[in-house]
Design a protein around this ligand. Structure first.
Ligand code: HEC
Length: 274
């Protein structure tokens, strides 16, 4: 049996045609790879990151420094992972693998933006809150109104009172004080694709990206390819990536810092025209 799994309505079309011709898939061999490291952030919401007593990065943040600017070194993250796994920042218990690379590739044509994520999803998680999905992959795209999105990435949506945070409100989801993120997610059970948003609350549907996704697993490596509406050539969009590995849920994901996606423009990840 093939271990390739194909999702969404596209699957029906593929079966009907018996080929991949239905999708104008990019030639990924020609698209550069950018490794983005995701990590277990513990309970370090934006309130923590912007509080001087908790985080000595705050002075630099006020001057406009990015999370990546201080924390990405030689292609990896310079965090003190012992601290992030310790009771103070992770009261529930940390996963065995604190950080791993996700290879990000992006391409576009007139209609669509294609983003391909390739990663090994680690086992040894400390939270198994999502019984249904072994793995979920999510990308957030910030609009121009999210404050400091180009500096802080998804952290603007991550709050101390959101569910699964220690002592929080279990009904409250991610939210942002102004603007919105588009949210696309692939979930392993049934290859479910969500097209949602994060504004005053997180919605897992009703989004405007028209997201589709295809995923495959070879050995322990997942390849998830999202297709969404092209936000516009020449745009630079702040993005963040999250992987929920090993049936984890809520904040128990591995997240990236904020990166810039350049659509035919300069960026940390450059989407190339196909
Ligand atoms: C000006 C540099 C600077 C910026 C910008 C910065 N940090 Fe930090 N960060 C630090 C330093 C230094 C430490 C370690 C000591 C401390 O926290 O007091 C740290 C620690 C951390 C830690 C705890 C783990 C550890 O290594 O101690 C996390 C999590 C973290 N930062 C996340 C972020 C996030 C998220 C952003 C952006 C929203 C950010 N940082 C922006 C300098 C920075």
């Amino acid at each position: 049996m093939s271990n390739t799994i194909i999702s969404t309505a596209v699957a029906g079309v593929l079966l009907a045609l018996g080929s991949h011709a239905a999708i104008a898939a990019p030639d990924w061999g020609k698209v550069p790879k950018r490794d983005v490291h995701v990590f277990h952030p513990g309970a370090t919401p934006i309130e923590w990151a912007t509080k001087k007593a908790d985080h000595s990065g705050t002075a630099g943040m006020k001057k406009g420094e990015t999370c990546v600017g201080c924390h990405e070194e030689k292609g990896a993250l310079n965090f003190n992972f012992k601290r992030l796994a310790d009771k103070e920042l992770e009261p529930k218990g940390a996963p065995k693998t604190m950080t791993f690379p996700v290879s990000v590739q992006a391409a576009y044509d007139a209609a669509n933006l294609y983003i391909r994520l390739t990663f090994k999803s680690p086992s040894g998680g400390a939270d198994k809150g999502d019984k249904d999905n072994e793995v979920k992959a999510t990308i957030l795209f910030a609009d121009a109104k999210v404050p400091q999105a180009d500096q802080y990435g998804c952290w603007q949506s991550c709050h101390a009172d959101a569910k699964t945070m220690p002592g929080s409100d279990e009904k409250k989801s991610k939210y942002v004080s102004a603007g919105a993120y588009e949210l696309v997610q692939w979930a392993s059970k049934g290859n479910k694709v969500s097209d949602g948003s994060v504004s005053t609350e997180r919605k897992m549907s009703g989004g405007a990206t028209g997201a589709k996704a295809e995923a495959s697993k070879a050995g322990d490596t997942y390849t998830v390819t999202f297709t969404r509406k092209n936000p516009g050539e020449g745009k630079v969009v702040p993005i963040g990536v999250a992987i929920h590995a090993d049936n984890s849920h809520g904040r128990f994901h591995h997240v990236s810092l904020g990166y810039k996606l350049g659509i035919g423009a300069d960026g940390d990840v450059k989407a190339v025209k196909q």
